[in-house]
Design a protein around this ligand. Structure first.
Ligand SMILES: Nc1ncnc2c1ncn2[C@@H]1O[C@H](COP(=O)(O)OP(=O)(O)O)[C@@H](O)[C@H]1O
Ligand SMILES: [Mg+2]
Length: 377
């Protein structure tokens, strides 16, 4: 019986394929890209003629195909990159490529709802093509065969005991990206509400406690009413905890005093930072919803001071906000915090505030999917 179902799905797949062939929508991705560029006005007009991109070559890489184009003079790569979503949508129009596992088919019940079940399965297994666009003199459009997974499980093997290096996520190739706080001392985390900021903060706190139980000290400032950090407030590593801006301001004043002592201890002894001075302790100031502090000037000034001088003193800042605007992330803080982690945001402007470039507004609607940037490209 299961075999019969496999057969019917294979037939459905074949029927879809021949339908595509006869209807002519099975054109290659290169043809589609060319059409999308013309239709989306990604071209320039010169002497009554329209010029658009020209395919120079294509190459396969593990997991996809890269198309390399020359841009016509006068068309900027920025204009193209800003229309990434148009390209992605165009490439996915009537995408009839499906991905099945044998276990998917085994889950089918062979009763009168079988047609509905198969339809549901086809829908859920429709593959969405994802793309990346880069410009390095040539325009490079990468089309990936597989979407990134929506969910990856955490496990203890990701921990690196004794280090300050924390797993932030997986890349498309399955490579783990770590943020090493002893190399990049601070971190800005931003993104619209509901896309994973508190989750990553909790992951960072948990990893720090597990990896450095004796050496980590935490100041947890949770201005969303305590929903993210309440569970850590009684941990022996938590030195300060606050969940309203007024207390946060008081806490920040204390932290600044501690930081000054540590700073003088390091710098006056001729060292550049705590690492060079052989000091094992690190103090993390983690602020969930920094926007709620922006009316508290004194508090914000201290945050800026931590971003500026904390790196030597071993006082590391994790600055998190759902409202990435120039007022919420002061320019001096931004200048001193090189590493950024950005989940989906509403606008290109918001993406630029966080990452200094667009892109986070085009992330798919998947919690946990983000862009991590550490240093210039
Ligand atoms: N990395 C992730 N992987 C899977 N699901 C996630 C991830 N991050 C967030 N989510 C889901 O999204 C929900 C909201 O995430 P949260 O971190 O609370 O958002 P916010 O950005 O508003 O703080 C979580 O409860 C969880 O269900
Ligand atoms: Mg949150």
């Amino acid at each position: 019986m299961i075999f019969e179902v496999v057969t019917s799905i294979a037939v459905a797949g074949l029927a879809g394929y021949s339908f595509l062939k006869t209807k002519g929508t099975g054109t290659s991705d290169a043809d589609k890209i060319q059409t999308i560029f013309t239709n989306a006005d990604l071209s320039i007009r010169k002497g009554g003629k329209t010029e658009t991109i020209r395919l120079q070559r294509k190459r396969k890489f593990e997991g996809g195909t890269e198309y390399i184009y020359q841009l016509p003079l006068g068309l900027s790569s920025k204009e193209v990159i800003e229309k990434k979503h148009v390209l992605e949508d165009g490439l996915n129009v009537r995408s009839n490529v499906f991905e099945f596992r044998f276990s998917d088919l085994k889950s089918l019940k062979f009763d009168k709802s079988i047609v509905r079940q198969i339809r549901g399965l086809l829908k859920s297994k429709r593959k969405k093509k994802e793309i990346d666009i880069e410009f390095d003199g040539m325009l490079r459009i990468k089309i990936y065969n597989e979407s990134m997974p929506n969910l990856v499980e955490w496990n203890e093997s990701l921990l690196k005991p004794g280090t300050w290096s924390i797993p932030i996520g997986y890349t498309r190739n399955g490579e783990i990206i770590n943020h090493d706080f002893d190399k990049s001392k601070h971190l800005i985390v931003a993104g619209a509400t509901g896309y994973g900021k508190s989750v990553i903060l909790k992951l960072i706190v948990t990893s720090l406690i597990c990896q450095q139980p004796e050496n980590v000290e935490l100041s947890l400032i949770d201005l969303k009413g305590g929903s993210a950090f309440h569970r850590f407030k009684d941990c022996m590593q938590t030195k300060y905890y606050s969940r309203d801006p007024k207390t946060a301001e008081k806490v920040l004043i204390e932290i600044q005093k501690d930081m000054n002592n540590s700073f003088l201890g390091v710098v006056d002894n001729g060292f550049e930072d705590v690492k060079e001075a052989g000091i094992k302790k690190r103090h993390f100031i983690i602020i969930d919803e920094s926007a709620d502090l922006s009316d508290y000037k004194n508090a914000m000034d201290i945050v800026t001071d931590i971003a500026r001088r904390g790196r030597s003193a071993g006082y590391y800042l994790i600055f998190c906000t759902q409202y990435p605007t120039a007022e919420v992330i002061p320019s001096q803080t931004k200048r001193n915090v090189i590493a950024r982690l950005c989940y989906v945001v509403d606008t290109d402007t918001a993406s630029r505030v966080v990452l200094d470039e667009g892109g986070a507004e085009q992330l798919p609607d998947i919690p946990g999917r983000g862009i991590y940037k550490n240093g210039p490209r």
